[in-house]
Design a protein. Structure first.
Length: 551
């Protein structure tokens, strides 16, 4: 049995969106309608009012909505979203295709069936204190479940509509009692609603001025930013009471969410995408040169990097610590890569790496191994990554190196320089911008191991790097480069930019520059921890307001 055929679903979606934009549907909640205004209307980002749930958010939301012990796992069969932008929650990629209609419909039917077939789940989904009179009991379920499914109270018209759906359920599920049938059909219907599948922001305003989000809309922004799922009971209570109507109330809620283990998972997911950690397990090495190489070692390197980044954030670290911390998490295989002495096993344990050889992300085995060839370090791709992913510096299109050119030199650096250094066609970009930070990492071989010699010759890792504004830093090796980059405004701005893109689920625009500049300045000048930056971001006007007349 299917509640909504694809064409019907599409029509409902369009009607809902149009009604929302014209103000005929409005969310309830004490937070709506406040006369508070942002410091500057032009500083409020112009994001989408209708952000579709990602497949991961769908899984997490269904799990929490139905009080399941684990995510249902159905989205593995959903049509994949196209790669677009750095992060998987970028609203520009989250469209609903005809295939998605069918996916959501089938999943809704499956989950509604599970909800009533499992007595434990049914007991969790149906509130124990509902009225006993059948019609009132049905409306009570619609109101209570609907508030959680739509992440806001239902309008009176919506309650009437779903109460009618509830009453018709025995026509479709006559094999069970009327109440159970009603619960199944309402769950099935709401899981196909645009108000479930989209994070709709329906607060309205006039004159194009910035519009303050309702408490329920702020609760959703917070929960999906930090937990990647729907609000919990405490957030709903805060929205209902008006506690999220002020910046102080949002700050308190954000602090509570950040200190919950769910935020660790979300920040790890952010880092996984921001630093391209997926690529760490898609690496090959020449086994004659590196006989210890295998997929398990690649996976260990990926795990180590996630643990390291997690350690910086949740042990009170700041952005600069990503490039300076000597803390690492190693097992026996990684200890061998780092040349550590001691008794290590299969478990990852914290260690401090030698400060003269290691300093943060750029000197970790996973990054160095991924940015290397089968046998040699790859200073070009190491340098490209530093510019693009750590400093957010745009690079011009790189010239092709003619196939007929053969590298010349005794060391890896000399051979790369002969193709892309001074006097070559790549000098304007490679020699000044890309190669220098890559050459700083020549002390690390293609497996991330420290080396003093390359092909029997002393490694030369010294160079200088010029920023866009003409500032220049000189360094002798990767440790010195890392420590100097850690103090650069560009690093702090780039990481802050990526945090905002991830939390807002969109590319940043001109209206976001004030917030971005403020966060970066707080990080550089005031020494904000990553935790403080996150809370400042989700307490900002850009997070608590939306631009007027935006879709």
């Amino acid at each position: 049995m299917r509640v909504l055929q694809p064409k019907t679903y599409l029509a409902l979606l369009l009607v809902t969106v149009v009604a929302s934009c014209t103000g005929t549907i409005s969310p309830s909640g004490d937070g709506a309608g406040s006369d508070e205004q942002p410091a500057n209307d032009d500083s409020v980002g112009d994001g989408s009012r209708f952000a579709r749930l990602t497949h991961a958010q769908w899984e997490n939301t269904v799990r929490d909505l139905l009080y399941l012990d684990a995510a249902p796992g159905l989205s593995a069969s959903f049509q994949p979203d196209p790669p677009l932008g750095r992060f998987d929650n970028n609203v520009a990629r989250l469209r609903v295709t005809p295939n998605h209609f069918a996916d959501y419909q089938q999943a809704a039917e499956e989950m509604a069936s599970r909800a009533v077939a499992d007595a434990t789940v049914f007991g969790r989904v149906v509130p124990a204190d509902l009225p006993t009179e059948p019609a009132e009991r049905a409306r009570g379920f619609v109101e209570r479940f609907g508030e959680r499914a739509f992440r806001r109270p239902l309008t009176a018209a919506e309650v009437d509509r779903y109460a009618a759906v509830f009453a018709s359920a025995t026509e479709h599920y006559g094999e069970v009692d009327a109440f159970t049938a009603g619960v199944r059909l309402v769950v099935e219907s709401m899981l196909q609603s645009p108000h479930f599948l989209y994070r709709a922001e329906l607060s309205a305003g006039t004159g194009g001025a910035a519009i303050k989000l309702s408490g329920y809309e702020v609760a959703s922004r917070l929960s999906y930013a930090l937990w990647n799922t729907m609000p919990d009971a405490e957030l709903f209570d805060a929205a209902r009471s008006g506690a999220l109507d002020t910046a102080d109330g949002v700050r308190a809620a954000a602090a509570r969410l950040f200190d919950n283990p769910r935020t660790r998972d979300q920040i790890s997911h952010f880092h996984f995408q921001a630093f391209n950690l997926r690529e760490y397990t898609d690496v090959d090495k020449d086994l004659e040169v590196f006989p210890q190489w295998d997929r398990e070692l690649a996976e260990n390197m990926q795990t180590e990097m996630l643990l390291f980044l997690d350690d910086v954030v949740f042990e009170g670290g700041a952005i600069g610590d990503f490039l300076t911390s000597t803390r690492a998490y190693v097992n026996a295989d990684l200890a061998a890569v780092y040349g550590l002495q001691g008794d290590f096993g299969a478990e990852f344990v914290p260690v401090d790496l030698p400060a003269e050889q290691r300093a943060g992300f750029l000197t970790r085995a996973g990054f160095l191994t991924r940015k290397a060839t089968l046998t040699e370090p790859d200073p070009i791709h190491r340098g490209v990554f530093i510019n693009l992913n750590l400093l957010c510096r745009e690079l011009p299109a790189l010239p092709e190196i003619p196939d007929e050119l053969d590298p010349i030199g005794d060391t890896n650096r000399q051979r790369i320089d002969s193709l892309t250094g001074e006097g070559t066609c790549g000098a304007s970009c490679h020699a000044d911008i890309i190669n220098p930070p890559g050459f700083a990492l020549e002390n690390y071989d293609a497996l991330g191991r420290w080396r003093d010699l390359d092909n029997g010759f002393p490694v030369d890792a010294s160079d200088s790097y010029a920023f866009d504004d003409g500032r220049r830093i000189d360094f002798q090796n990767g440790v010195e480069l890392s420590r100097q980059l850690a103090d650069s405004p560009e690093l702090h701005s780039c990481y802050s930019r990526q945090l905002l893109e991830y939390f807002f689920g969109r590319d940043l625009g001109a209206s976001d520059q004030s917030l971005l500049s403020g966060l970066a300045a707080s990080s550089v000048s005031d020494g904000f921890t990553v935790r403080e930056l996150v809370i400042a971001a989700v307490t900002s006007d850009s997070f608590r307001f939306r631009a007027g007349d935006s879709l």
